[in-house]
Design a protein around this ligand. Structure first.
Ligand code: ADP
Ligand code: MG
Length: 448
């Protein structure tokens, strides 16, 4: 396959024959180990140039030819050993980050500091530099898609990079609640063991990050448990970081004693980004995702930044959609295409009607399952449950007949939808954690 990869490099990424024969042709595969391809550069002096210019193209070509994503490392005689050790260390770190539930993309390096988040960013960095010592808890609040989760992961990454022995755990308040519900249920059956291990998991941490605390609201037993978790960690000098859509004083169903504690530390808000920040974020994303090769004209980026104002996730979504349209339909990247890309992304926020499309977006995002999979035919449980939750919610929140819900789902028949709706209805009778999840999704669909 190496030959095939080289050919692809030649036709798609080399500007001239000379550049191909000079840089690419002499390269050989040194080793493929786990998910890393080590490419041997015989001429030591050229490694920097090759790395800068061809790293990304190689990753793309290798993925296209093999159908699998690989990391690419260039090695010379001298640094074969060093490189391999570095990769081993990186592997180990990846495992640590995974254990803490962290998304490798959400770091300080990939976070654009703009008018909307300067303070939250500075506070986050201060906490990351000396966890437990200042601003404890750190409470970050702001609207949907503005970077709260990204910042929290960035803090956790930073702390673990400085000290991989630190115990760091990131969870959403939904996970916290559902795991508590399950622990209590099992605790009744097998003598409290489950609650003990729940407590160990959450309390034995140097840093605990709880995302979207607004969804813990109105649940006495969960607030009670979280109160003790908080006291335990805080008392032991550990750092707590919380995010929410509102500041503590505005979360009505929050118990007073929790509210007081949330106000002990530092409260930082993130607001909507201004135009310059939106442009900076688009450019950063272009760079990080290697989209430079599509040569998106400035005016197209400006068009997107002008029209997508209040949600950074939508901003990124527009860019992804634009590229997808350009690649799949082979259309030129211009303003007309940008307009097409935007039309199913910007939702007019005022009087938002609950449509199957809206429910589909929220369900897809919440379960981290693609819309294509929801509409598709896959039958594994990671997809079937979200699909049935979608059927249930459409039936509950819209006037759509079962038949058209089936059509929304890429042509499922009436009886499949009816079965799905009933399935969720009966699960909801007994499964408290699913109840919690469905309620959270409903709040995401209709935040009032
Ligand atoms: P929230 O948790 O507030 O709903 P997220 O943290 O999930 O928002 O952010 C939504 C998306 O926008 C993520 O993909 C994130 O990486 C991106 N994003 C948000 N703020 C920034 C920023 N300042 N710089 C770069 N990317 C950002
Ligand atoms: Mg979030």
């Amino acid at each position: 396959k190496w030959e095939e990869i080289l050919q692809k490099m030649k036709t798609e990424y080399c500007t001239s024959n000379i550049s191909y024969t000079t840089w690419i042709e002499p390269l050989t595969i040194y080793e493929v180990k786990d998910d890393t391809v080590f490419i041997f550069v015989s001429l030591k002096a050229s490694i920097e140039h090759i790395h800068d210019k061809y790293l990304l193209p190689f990753r793309v070509c290798i993925a296209e030819v093999t159908g699998k994503e690989y990391q690419v490392e260039f090695v010379t005689e001298d640094n074969v050993q060093v490189q391999k050790e570095a990769v081993a260390v990186k592997k180990q770190n990846d495992a640590i980050f995974e254990q803490a539930n962290l998304n490798p993309k959400y770091t300080f390096d990939t976070f654009v500091v703009g008018n909307n988040n300067t303070f939250a960013h500075a506070a986050s960095l201060a906490v990351a530099e000396s966890p437990g010592n200042r601003y404890n808890p750190l409470f970050i609040y702001g609207g949907v898609g503005l970077g709260k989760t990204h910042l929290m992961h960035a803090i956790a990454h930073f702390i673990l990079e400085n000290d991989p022995t630190k115990k760091v755990l990131y969870v959403t308040s939904e996970t916290f609640t559902n795991e508590l519900i399950d622990a209590l249920k099992h605790g009744k059956i097998n003598n409290e063991n489950a609650t003990t291990s729940f407590r160990e998991k959450y309390r034995n941490n140097d840093v605990l990050l709880i995302d979207d605390i607004q969804f813990i609201i109105g649940k006495e037993s969960t607030q009670e448990e979280f109160f003790h978790t908080f006291n335990h960690i805080h008392g032991a000098g550990g750092q707590i970081i919380i995010s929410s859509d509102k500041p503590p004083k505005d979360i009505e169903t929050l118990e007073a004693r929790l509210r007081t504690r949330f106000e002990w530390g530092l409260i930082a808000d993130i607001s909507s980004p201004d135009y310059e920040t939106r442009m900076a974020i688009l450019r950063k994303k272009e760079e990080l995702d290697g989209l430079d090769r599509y040569h998106i004209p400035d005016e197209v980026l400006q068009y997107i930044a002008t029209n997508v104002k209040s949600n950074i996730r939508e901003l990124e979504g527009s860019l992804n959609k634009l590229i997808a349209l350009a690649v799949l339909e082979n259309k030129p990247i211009d303003i007309a295409l940008a307009a097409e890309a935007l039309k199913d992304i910007i939702s007019p926020d005022q009087n938002r009607v609950v449509t199957p499309g809206l429910i589909m977006n929220v369900v897809s995002e919440h379960f981290n399952v693609s819309i294509a999979d929801l509409k598709g035919k896959k039958r594994n449980s990671e997809i079937v449950l979200p699909r049935q939750v979608f059927m249930y919610l459409c039936n509950e929140l819209t006037d759509e007949p079962l038949k058209s819900i089936g059509i929304e789902l890429g042509g499922k028949d009436h009886s499949t939808v009816s079965h799905g709706v009933q399935k969720i209805e009966s699960l909801l009778q007994e499964d408290e954690a699913l109840n919690n999840t469905v309620n959270i999704i409903k709040k995401k669909i209709n935040p009032i």
